[in-house]
Design a protein. Structure first.
Length: 398
């Protein structure tokens, strides 16, 4: 008897999650994992927020059913997403929101929607971008093009290169993937003035913005981080926005996200929502309840909302302080190691400028795991291990 599965080859490991597998197998007691994008506290743990604990207690006490949610998820949660992301900048009847299993689920729903409803659409993604972006669009059978994002110095945004590529090569009707804030993997965000220029070209070329908004609150603050997205929507009347609450609520394992569609009219929004629901129905049918219920419970309670905002601000400021501590300690070696460009980057990630060879040496000699591009998860650094980390970085640079 022939075995059908015998011809299946082993898939290559995920470029980021595969690093964690290698990290877990490393016996080095001093090892550090600065690859996967999760926030860690001073003890190296990913904490459960106090606001989340309090919300879960309320849910446990008051929950009366484990019945299915509707295809688009919890109504209160959808309202919360609409308020956090758009504020009062867009009429509510022009925005359709669907709760999804995380930001990745939101991106896949958006991709499948574009494939089925927007024939011929191409997706322009920045180079570099999150490693899973091209894989998601490829799985949805969408053609992908890239636009320049990073400057030759690998520490700044190449705005002219980005806009030039879009003006020259993008076709009307194409979609453009934009990171709403805290660009992953570089941490390099457009300035407010940059966003105006980007929005003008998006409108000029009649591109559909697809905005990945996974880190709201980790850059400059909850409202401040929405500036780029809202600037885009000042110039165009259609968009897709993919949201995740893994980071800003610490709900990594709950997989709670949303895809929002902005249409030019209420009627168009209603029609698009019906097609988005068809996409969901043939994929995972309806979203899980618990993560969305946590978010909705927190944001329905003034005290819990304030506590959540305080906890989010503490995480944001700690990441900023870790950046500053690393830059200061590298400078204090007196060997001319200037990482001050990291201070201009925002969010959990930074492009360190380390080469692939230096990254490999950090792993093999010091048990420090970062992505081959030199991307570091700043939120995974530790105040107590900063000396050892800086010494290791200095040793591979000497």
């Amino acid at each position: 008897m022939s075995h059908r599965f015998s011809v299946i080859s082993v898939a290559p490991p995920d470029s980021i999650l595969g690093i964690t597998e290698a990290f877990n197998a490393d016996p080095n007691p001093a090892k550090m994992n600065l690859s996967v994008g999760v926030y860690k506290d001073q003890s190296g743990q990913t904490p459960v927020l106090k606001s989340v604990k309090a919300a879960e207690k309320k849910i446990l006490e008051n929950e009366v059913t484990k019945g299915y949610l509707s295809i688009d998820g919890l109504p209160a949660y959808r309202d919360d997403v609409r308020n956090l992301v758009f504020g009062d900048s867009i009429a509510a009847d022009r925005v359709a929101v669907l709760q999804t299993p995380g930001g990745t689920g939101a991106l896949r729903v958006a991709a499948d929607f574009m494939r089925t409803q927007l024939p011929g659409v191409r997706v322009w993604i920045p180079n570099p971008t999150w490693a899973n972006h091209p894989a998601i669009f490829s799985a949805a059978e969408l053609p992908v093009e890239t636009y320049r994002y990073l400057g030759d110095d690998r520490t700044s945004l190449d705005l002219d290169g980005m806009l030039g590529a879009l003006r020259e090569k993008a076709r009307p009707g194409d979609a453009i993937l934009l990171h709403g804030c805290c660009h992953n993997p570089t941490g390099i965000d457009p300035t407010p003035e940059d966003w105006k220029q980007i929005a003008a070209v998006v409108a000029e070329k009649n591109l559909l913005p697809l905005i990945d908004f996974a880190y709201q609150g980790f850059g400059d603050g909850i409202e401040q981080d929405a500036l780029g997205l809202r600037t885009i929507l000042d110039h165009v009347d259609e968009a897709l926005v993919c949201t995740s609450f893994s980071k800003n609520f610490g709900l990594y394992s709950e997989r709670v996200g949303a895809v929002s569609l902005v249409a030019s009219s209420a009627d168009e929004c209603s029609a698009a929502l019906s097609q988005l629901k068809c996409v969901v129905r043939t994929n995972y049918s309806n979203p899980p309840r618990h993560g969305g219920a946590i978010v909705a419970t927190i944001l329905a309670d003034a005290e819990l909302t304030e506590l959540w905002k305080q906890e989010l601000e503490e995480m944001r400021l700690r990441i900023t302080n870790l950046r500053e501590q690393f830059v200061r300690q590298m400078e204090s070696t007196g060997k001319g190691y200037d990482f001050s460009f990291l201070l201009r980057q925002k969010g959990m990630f930074s492009y360190s400028g380390l080469s692939a060879m230096q990254v490999d040496e950090l792993k093999s000699k010091h048990g420090i795991y970062i992505v081959g591009s030199g991307r570091i998860n700043v939120a995974g650094m530790s105040e107590t291990k900063m000396d050892a980390f800086c010494e290791a970085v200095a040793s591979v640079m000497s």
